[in-house]
Design a protein around this ligand. Structure first.
Ligand code: HGY
Ligand code: MN
Ligand code: MN
Length: 421
């Protein structure tokens, strides 16, 4: 089924297609957008992307991790490929552009070459990563880590909140978990990775810029904390005799915020998800689980803050007669973009009439994982109010058209510098 899209090819059509993917059947939630990895909504989105990739002259395949990959041949079919991509999954109650915009701009770039009857010296592959957000399973960037070859097989032993294992979810896509790691690409097959993405921050808008070249991505540590106290009767247990896991966790969360604020740097720390058990109004919570997300452009600063947080949480647990168990969900190192590719991107921006501007990414992206496989470049696009991970996420088609033209300029410049092996 090819979704009708009247917008002109390029930026406007990429935005229109993101909007179309923002509703049923491409969402797993009523009245908003939530597209999780290996769900019916994910499958429906891949069907639409398959049509669009085919129309743009690409051959399309699904890899063993259920990443969709469209390939547009270059003059030398054996040359390493330029990968252009982003993620097709979303957070819960998401905006429409975080992820899909980078995939659709990749399709628009190939479509422009295809319509002009042009081939680059190298193949171009557009990739829709299936899991970047980690919104279904307790692990993030599973699919780019599978492609980059950095995925620990133990990370596959996960289940979602309904107890559905990754292996069971893969089976629904006619995929086998034991083939998952075959998604790995040899470095020799990859020239570079390019990801266009909304900034998800306020910098470009504050400076009145449509686009910017990304210098690197902050180091990201994700932990899960479990606080154990004693469930008890809310009416009969005096305050002095309580071992309340909820108030203990609350004090821990405020300690996390204080440590991050007092660092007075780019360090950020977030408690995004909390679950209290047994979850009854008349029962003192005996168990509280919550997530901790700690980031900084400087991995040493991040790790120092993580250590201070651990010490603070253990002191609170001890003072309240609680037990604290911490688990690491993932540790993503800071990832600089490639200098030579950043220079090409700067030149491509200037050629579209934009001033060169560089900025760091506080948000994580598949590019930080792909950097272990090949040189990476990222292009940020202004988003209204810097809002993201929120249905209010907005982009201007005119800004996305500038990004489209910058990406074509980047590809041309990469072609000029390309030296066949
Ligand atoms: O968490 C992040 O920074 C990204 O949006 N997954
Ligand atoms: Mn994203
Ligand atoms: Mn995101």
């Amino acid at each position: 089924m090819v979704m009708a899209c009247s917008a002109l090819p390029g930026g406007a059509r990429a935005v229109a297609r993101c909007d179309a993917l923002g509703g049923p059947p491409y969402s797993d939630m009523e009245g908003g957008l939530y597209r999780a990895y290996l769900t019916p909504a994910h499958g429906a989105a891949l069907a639409a992307l398959t049509d669009w990739m085919s129309q743009a002259g690409m051959t399309v395949r699904l890899d063993p991790a259920a990443n969709l990959i469209g390939r547009y041949e270059g003059r030398d079919p054996h040359a390493p490929a330029l990968l252009i991509g982003s993620h097709i999954d979303s957070v819960r109650d998401a905006g429409r552009y975080d992820g899909p915009l980078g995939i659709l701009l990749g399709i628009e770039a190939v479509d422009a070459l295809h319509r002009a009857g042009r081939q680059m010296p190298f193949p171009i592959e557009v990739i829709a990563f299936g899991d970047e957000e980690g919104s279904r399973f307790p692990a993030a960037m599973l699919t780019s880590r599978a492609v980059a070859g950095t995925l620990d097989p133990a990370a596959l032993d996960v289940a979602d909140g309904d107890g559905v294992t990754l292996a069971e979810a893969l089976a629904a896509f006619d995929h086998q978990a034991d083939a998952y790691l075959a998604a790995r690409r040899p470095a020799s097959s990859t020239l570079a990775y390019l990801e266009a993405h909304i900034e998800q921050g306020p910098v470009l808008e504050a400076r009145g810029l449509a686009v910017g070249t990304v210098t690197g991505i902050a180091a990201q540590l994700r932990l899960s904390a479990m606080v154990m106290g004693q469930a008890n009767h809310a009416g009969t247990t005096t305050m002095a005799l309580r071992r309340d896991a909820m108030t203990g966790a609350a004090q821990m969360m405020l300690a996390i915020e204080t440590i991050a604020r007092e660092d007075a740097s780019d360090l950020v720390a977030t408690v995004g998800r909390v679950e209290a058990l047994p979850g009854a109004a008349n029962v003192i919570p005996g168990e509280v689980r919550f997530t901790i997300d700690i980031r900084s452009g400087d991995a040493t600063r991040r790790d120092r803050a993580a250590q201070a947080i651990l010490v603070a949480l253990e002191a609170i647990a001890s003072a309240r007669g609680l037990t604290l168990t911490m688990e690491q969900v993932h540790d993503l190192p800071a990832s600089p973009c490639d200098r030579a590719l950043m220079a090409l991107m700067d030149d491509a921006l200037v050629a579209t009439g934009q001033p060169p501007f560089r900025l760091v990414s506080g948000a994580g992206h598949d590019a930080m994982v792909m950097a272990s496989l090949c040189p990476t470049a990222m292009l940020f696009i202004r988003c209204r109010g810097g809002i993201s991970h929120n249905p209010a996420e907005q982009v201007e088609p005119a800004d996305v058209e500038i990004a489209h033209r910058a990406m074509l300029g980047f590809i041309d410049r990469l072609g000029e510098t390309f030296v066949a092996a």
